[in-house]
Design a protein around this ligand. Structure first.
Ligand code: SAH
Length: 233
């Protein structure tokens, strides 16, 4: 998979993808991630990517032409790939595990990061195939949301993580994950549940299932309710 992140602040992106699971995925050749500097596609010599809002009001708005030229350029460089353009925006659909799974099957993601007051509406209308939000709060730019999206997607690309570790995770089914323990067996009077030390795989499986269910009911009953709705329809 090829991922192009178009941003006026490419320095924010590079560090994160040089560590941990994403670094390994890149080294294995499973994904290639590029931070594309929006300013390289500005039209004037001051490399300006923002301007005052029509109609007045606070802050600056990111211009449409640099985004348009950058998208064209990265599509050209990835000729033959099927590309999806995603605008990070607090007004977009909420990013879910299901969406991350859908995107992990694509060949080329182009992610557009806004900044300041936001982006010219024509970026949304003419360039973006979809808009995604990472939650109901406002961040200063789309760079951190883009990193969240890339992390969620890349770990799902086949070969990046083991299949089994993905299968049991929270949100991959309808339940939150069961509690996990590692050594030591006892810490400050807190013990690892006996059943996990029993070696009885069937009992462990049942315990984990019932803990996952209990936990989901307590913390996120909406996940179970959603599931009932989808069965009903
Ligand atoms: N004035 C805009 C918010 C601009 S925030 C409004 O009220 O809708 C600046 C940029 O940060 C946005 O263009 C977007 O790219 C990014 N951003 C901020 N919060 C985000 C969120 N929750 N999810 C995804 N992107 C976000």
């Amino acid at each position: 998979m090829l991922i192009d992140i178009i941003t006026a602040f490419p320095g924010m992106i590079s560090a994160v993808f040089g560590e941990s699971i994403i670094k390994n995925a890149r080294e294995k050749g499973l994904v290639s991630i590029r931070a594309v500097d929006l300013r390289d596609y500005a039209e004037d010599r001051h490399r300006r990517v923002d301007d005052y809002p029509y109609g007045g009001g606070p802050g600056m708005v990111m211009k449409v032409e640099p985004f348009s030229r950058a998208v064209e350029a990265v599509k050209e460089r990835a000729a033959g790939f099927s590309s999806r353009v995603i605008l990070m925006s607090p007004q977009g659909a909420l990013l879910t595990q299901e969406k991350a799974e859908e995107l992990s099957a694509l060949e080329h993601l182009i992610i557009l990061c806004g900044h300041y007051e936001g982006v010219d509406e024509r970026v949304r209308l003419y360039l973006a195939d979809e808009e995604l939000s990472i939650g109901d709060y406002i961040l200063s730019g789309g760079e951190i949301p883009a990193m969240v999206l890339v992390d969620a997607v890349v770990r799902l690309i086949p070969g990046v993580l083991s299949r089994t570790s993905l299968r049991e995770e929270s949100f991959s089914g309808k339940l939150l994950e069961y509690p996990q323990y590692t050594r030591p067996r006892e810490y400050k009077g807190m013990h690892v549940p006996e059943v996990l030390l029993s070696g009885n795989h069937e009992q462990i499986r049942q315990w984990r299932y019932s803990e996952a269910l209990k936990r989901t009911l307590e913390r996120r009953p909406d996940l179970l309710a959603d599931d009932d709705n989808s069965k009903g329809s």
